[in-house]
Design a protein around this ligand. Structure first.
Ligand code: SAM
Length: 284
């Protein structure tokens, strides 16, 4: 059984009571799937216009049921698997906005620190993704600057960039030619956001109840800049549901996959409260 962006098929899925479909709006435009993205068969191939996601970073974040401190080579194997799967789900002119750290500060080895950005990008290209460009997200979080290394000495100073990146990748062609729809971005937003250094604060973990949420501003910008109204957006690592809240507010169809049931519940509650999925008449 598959979740389709087509209304009827979603309601079919519901009537067959696939328990992996944790939550869906009545019109089937917003769907939360409680499943492992690597194995889920609920999303049709070549059906997604845009992926906006932030995968686990493997930096020992304490998720409910996911181990975030596996050996780095295993993390790269996991990365390869999900990147392959995500590519298959995209339409030929589909894109991805991939939020990852620039560097990984834990786990220094003989050969030095790892650059997550460099490693993930090279795996993405190897499995068939095409690279477009990179947005630097300045989280303005100076409290991260705690490790100085050798203070005021050249012996071993640390240099830390308190930023993350949003890598822009695509499947076959960057220019969207299928189902060209309506763009809802304003002139001001377009001029501001096509400058690839974005500055806005991160999200408050305690407030959201998830250990690593991104702020709504991140998917909001990605969705308005890179998709049309009514396009289908996927977040394979949904967490607390932020991408789907942006979809609901911006009249996109949205599918989110999350392995942990507790986070699916948080996503559902946030969709009702912040995405106003019940109050809002989601456009056709
Ligand atoms: C960095 S968090 C995403 C946070 C999200 N952007 C938000 O705003 O809340 C990564 C999420 O991926 C989930 N996850 C890890 N492995 C997964 C898998 N194989 N399939 C689906 N979800 C997975 C984790 O439980 C975690 O919630």
């Amino acid at each position: 059984m598959v979740v389709s962006v087509d209304k009827n098929r979603v309601s079919n899925a519901k009537s067959e009571k696939d328990e992996r479909i944790y939550f869906t709006t009545k019109d089937g435009r917003i769907v939360v799937i409680n499943d492992d993205f690597l194995t889920t068969d609920l999303i049709p191939l070549n059906s997604i216009d845009l992926i906006v996601t932030s995968p686990p970073y493997n930096v020992d974040i304490h998720y409910e049921s996911f181990r975030d401190n596996i050996p780095y080579d295993k993390y790269l194997e996991f990365t390869e698997k999900w990147l392959k799967k995500a590519l298959e789900l995209l339409k030929p002119d589909g894109r991805m906005c991939l939020n990852i750290p620039l560097d990984k500060s834990k786990g220094r080895r003989e050969e030095g620190f790892q650059s997550v950005y460099a490693d993930v990008l090279s795996i993405a290209k190897r499995v068939g993704w095409k690279y477009f460009s990179t947005i630097i997200w300045n989280e303005q979080n100076i409290s991260r600057r705690t490790a100085w290394g050798s203070w005021l000495s050249a012996s071993a100073p640390y240099v830390i960039a308190p930023v993350e990146v949003i890598v822009l990748l695509y499947k076959s062609k960057w220019k969207k030619t299928s189902d060209v729809g309506v763009s809802d971005i304003t002139r001001h937003e377009f001029i501001e956001w096509t400058n690839g250094v974005w500055s806005f604060a991160g999200e408050n973990r305690a407030k959201v109840g998830h250990p690593a949420p991104f702020p709504l501003e991140l998917p909001r910008r990605c969705i308005k800049l890179f998709s049309f109204v009514n396009d289908t957006v996927l977040d394979p690592f949904l967490g607390s549901g932020t991408t789907l809240i942006a979809c609901a507010l911006l009249n996109r169809r949205g599918i989110g996959v999350e392995i942990d049931e507790k986070y699916c519940e948080i996503a559902k509650e946030r969709l009702i409260k912040e995405g106003m999925v019940f109050q809002k008449k989601l456009m056709e």
